[in-house]
Design a protein around this ligand. Structure first.
Ligand SMILES: [Zn+2]
Length: 278
């Protein structure tokens, strides 16, 4: 689905599903963070983004009804920091999972209601099924709007690139399991945290799983050819197709793949050097 990806405009994607893009475009955020505004008479906001006053003003101005709830998919700095200020202005209830320890986590997010896998969040107009999807972040939640099959995916699935899996909070085993879990749901459209909606959800999820497993196969092949390799040595071989600017990020995902192989008992670490176990 192609839409206007300019920041600061309210775009109606479907009845009761509006999107406002925060003005934080960048290498990791694409056109900016997608803030979803659900409902017409009473409104739930998902992922209000970083603290940018003009964006928070627009959320309040353009929401079709009073903002009663603020939900977050996860607590990375481009998704949740605006919650505090938006909640102060609206009195809305804050929902999601608290930030885990570690870097790149928004500790200001303190939910009034902690959501868990399988919970149903209900308003007079719609229902959201809460799906716990660890992998990109351990506290990551997706929200499935039941009657229409719209799935709000945050950074579990984004449009335009693959997401970073940054250990230890990021975990490749969990990530793949969380993708598989979505294949059992009744999906029509993926509404990602960055980029346009994706109207072929199962194909998109399949592609991501395949792409990750292909990358893993490359890691295995490289370790087979060159046992006792360091991460930096592997990086050039396995992520040679990635732009240099993204190397530090690719290195985190490479580590996530190696930790998955270690978890499978297929690879082992000796000092700084990785090898296959057989
Ligand atoms: Zn994230």
């Amino acid at each position: 689905m192609e839409t206007d990806l300019g920041a600061g405009k309210l775009v109606q994607l479907a009845p009761g599903v509006n999107r406002l893009i925060a003005p934080n475009p960048g290498m990791m955020t694409g056109p900016g963070t997608n803030t979803y505004i659900l409902g017409d008479t009473e409104v739930a906001v998902i992922d209000p983004g970083p603290v940018i006053d003009s964006h928070i003003d627009l959320i309040c101005e353009l929401a079709p009804g009073p903002i009663k709830w603020i939900l977050v998919t996860h607590t990375h700095p481009d998704h949740s920091p605006a919650v505090v200020s938006l909640a102060e202005r609206t009195g809305a209830e804050k929902l999601g999972k608290p930030a885990p320890d570690g870097q790149h986590q928004d500790k200001t997010f303190e939910p009034d209601r902690i959501l868990d896998d399988g919970n149903i969040f209900e308003t007079a107009e719609f229902e959201l099924e809460v799906i716990h999807t660890p992998g990109h972040a351990s506290n990551h939640l997706c929200y499935l709007k039941k009657e229409s099959g719209w799935l709000i995916t945050g950074d579990h699935i984004i449009n335009g690139s693959t997401v970073v899996i940054d250990p230890p909070d990021g975990n490749m085993v969990d990530y793949l399991n969380s993708l598989e879990k979505l294949m059992d749901k009744d999906l029509k459209v993926i509404a990602p945290g960055h980029g346009d909606p994706i109207d072929t959800p199962y194909e998109a999820i399949d592609w991501i799983i395949k792409h990750r497993l292909e990358r893993e196969a490359k890691v295995v092949a490289e370790l087979e050819a060159h046992p006792n390799s360091t991460i930096s040595e592997l990086l050039l071989q396995v992520y040679g197709d990635v732009h240099e600017k993204l190397f530090s990020v690719a290195e985190r995902s490479l580590l996530a793949h190696l930790l998955k192989l270690e978890d499978d008992k297929s690879a082992k670490l000796d000092g700084d050097h990785w090898s296959l176990t057989k």
